[in-house]
Design a protein around this ligand. Structure first.
Ligand code: C2E
Ligand code: MG
Ligand code: MG
Ligand code: MG
Length: 276
């Protein structure tokens, strides 16, 4: 009986919860200020096809206080507070400007950029228009833009997702399924989506080194993706062993700290000169 007592206590008197609400509101304010003060910057993690640099994933960084705050610390709050909308639009338009720059030079014209899009962005009524606006106002080649989505948002309303993706695909935009293998969706569902690519979640890559079943899971995911006609990117590559193994799986699309860390645009462009 006495154990039940706590249940009657109104939530707003819970000091711990109050503290976390305060912390979230403070973080929201900081993000808002960060947007106006241009504290957000884009990093670019190289993607390779074998030895060749083929593009990069765009990763948001926040230059705040004394150092960089990683997305894991602020994306969730940005998502909950809708601040992801202005932030996400900014990422998209910056990425498109970069693609437009690259398109002007033959040495860089082939490079692609993959942009992470959060569920709230994707579900927004204006999503298709926002992407098209970023493309047209920058003059970016649409067929160099890849949008990364996660499973949850695609399956929440699959008909709607198919429609949005199909509209953008008509302009040449492609779609990648991020963190592939961590969700619970059935393959028949995924097959309905107009995807061009899947990215094997890095937890599976990690397992290549640690156990035999991890290795066979990676092999299975790669062949599954290929049999669905998709490109398969391995992300989170941290060792030569993983690369050697991926080659035996016929997977040559690579991303990870071992071959290239997320970096400012200037160093990515230097890397391009070195690898060509
Ligand atoms: P993600 O899209 O799965 O991105 C890959 C994450 O793995 C990045 O973390 C990257 O730095 C990290 N990574 C890359 N190679 C390795 C490796 O070899 N080992 C390990 N352990 N990690 C590696 P990051 O940059 O901290 O981003 C975390 C997540 O935040 C991203 O996961 C993505 O979901 C989200 N995110 C990042 N930028 C944006 C953005 O502009 N918009 C939205 N909506 N989400 C973003
Ligand atoms: Mg991603
Ligand atoms: Mg991922
Ligand atoms: Mg992720």
């Amino acid at each position: 009986q006495s154990k039940q007592k706590g249940l009657d206590t109104p939530h707003f008197f819970d000091p711990q919860m109050q503290a976390s609400v305060r912390a979230r509101v403070a973080l929201e304010e900081d993000i808002r200020a960060g947007i106006t003060m241009s504290e957000f910057v884009l990093y670019f993690q190289p993607q390779f096809n074998g030895q060749q640099l083929i593009g990069a994933e765009v990763l948001l960084r926040w230059r705040h206080g004394s150092g960089f705050v990683s997305p894991d610390k602020f994306i969730t709050t940005a998502e909950q507070s809708n601040l992801i909308l202005p932030l996400g639009n900014w990422v998209l338009s910056q990425a498109c400007k970069q693609l437009a720059e690259w398109a002007k030079r033959p040495e860089t014209a082939h490079l692609t950029l993959s942009v992470n899009v959060s569920p709230k962005q994707f579900k927004h009524d204006q999503f298709v228009d926002i992407v098209l606006q970023a493309i047209t106002s920058s003059g970016a080649p649409a067929n160099r833009l890849v949008i990364e989505l996660t499973e949850g948002v695609l399956l929440e309303n699959i008909e709607n997702a198919i429609e949005r993706m199909t509209q953008l695909r008509a302009y040449g935009v492609s779609f990648s399924l991020d963190d592939f293998g961590t969700g619970y969706s059935s393959l028949s569902y995924l097959q309905r989506l107009p995807l061009t690519e899947v990215k094997i979640d890095r937890s599976f890559l990690h397992d290549i080194d640690s156990n035999a079943s991890g290795a066979s899971i990676v092999r299975t995911i790669v062949s599954l993706g290929h049999s669905m006609g998709l490109k398969v990117v391995a992300e989170g590559i941290e060792s030569q062993t993983q690369i050697d193994y991926l080659k035996t799986c016929d997977c040559f699309l690579w991303q990870g700290y071992f071959i290239g860390e997320p970096q400012p645009i200037e160093s990515l462009e230097k890397l391009l000169v070195q690898t060509n």
